[in-house]
Design a protein around this ligand. Structure first.
Ligand code: AMP
Length: 285
């Protein structure tokens, strides 16, 4: 498969596809692809003649003490995965190509970026919004595919696309999990076999909180939902909980009580060893 490395070539290919009447789906990734990414590529390939997967480890979304240098990079293996899943193009630009010298423009989305991952990782969502916008400009897709795994990120991307009038449909696909429930993630490569086993507690915690919500009649307290998560999470001593919250699925704001019809996001972050894990589930009261 031909790997496109420049924005100019990427835009020329997109332009040609559109002139030919083909629609374009894109899947932005940081590589080290697994079956979660694969499901997005397959969804795009099922709907579009052209499916472009970008592989770019974006420096501006990593904090100074985060794992940018050690983030897994394996382009050859990724290309094989992309081909197998029906992708037609790979866009793998260099840092200099995406951030030409002298760049001073950053996209900042207010509101949903201020809590949870945004509070824990200052500047992270500015990096995400900026790079996603630039990748969309390069790949010119009709539809862009994202995973629910990074739920807060999907809200940030949807907000940015609406606010900037970007002509692209955002589609969010379900989280793909290991057999034990652990959400697939490129960072799971950092986990030992023992830690992978322990990390499944995040999914169990989400399930038990979801049970509390499903069993509720008319209303349920946030405390009861969050307590169910914390009780399960505490069964794994090695896990340091960052947050375990039940919030409004659109705004990420917390209320003391939720009532019938409320759509909630249950969101967990925790650290196991040196690896930060996140997971989430959507439920309606
Ligand atoms: P990343 O390479 O981690 O930046 O992820 C690229 C895209 O794949 C993002 O939209 C993620 O939300 C999505 N993704 C990551 N892990 C999963 C998963 N387990 N299931 C579904 N989508 C995922």
């Amino acid at each position: 498969m031909h790997v496109i490395t420049t924005v100019a070539e990427m835009q020329a290919i997109a332009r040609t596809a559109r002139v030919l009447g083909q629609t374009i789906g894109c899947v932005p990734t940081m590589g080290a692809l697994h079956a979660g990414h694969g499901s997005l590529i397959e969804a795009s390939a099922a709907a579009h003649a052209v499916t472009i997967t970008s592989v770019f480890v974006n420096p501006t979304q990593f904090g100074p003490t985060e794992d940018f240098d050690s983030y897994p990079r394996m382009l050859e293996a990724d290309i094989a995965t992309i081909e197998r899943c029906g992708g037609t193009h790979v866009f793998a630009p260099s840092i200099a190509e995406m951030y030409p010298g002298g760049y001073t423009t950053t996209i900042h989305v207010d509101g949903v970026t201020e809590v949870l991952e945004g509070a824990h990782r200052p500047g992270h969502f500015d990096g995400v919004a900026t790079v996603v916008c630039k990748l969309l400009m390069a790949m010119q897709p009709n539809e862009a595919f994202f995973g629910q795994k990074d739920y807060q990120q999907t809200l940030v991307v949807r907000r940015m696309v609406a606010d900037l009038l970007l002509p692209v449909t955002i589609s969010v696909r379900p989280t793909v999990r290991e057999q034990n429930g652990l959400a697939m993630s490129s960072r799971n490569a950092y986990l030992s076999a023992e830690e992978r086993h322990r990390a499944a507690v995040l999914y169990r915690a989400l399930q038990s909180a979801a049970d509390v919500v499903r069993l509720a009649t008319q209303s349920v307290s946030r405390h009861a939902i969050e307590d169910a998560m914390l009780r399960e999470l505490r069964t794994v001593e090695e896990l340091t909980v960052g947050y375990a919250v039940a919030v409004d699925a659109d705004t990420l704001l917390a209320s003391e009580t939720y009532s019938t019809g409320d759509r909630l996001a249950l969101l967990i972050a925790g650290t196991l060893g040196t690896t930060r894990l996140i997971d989430n589930m959507l439920v309606t009261v």
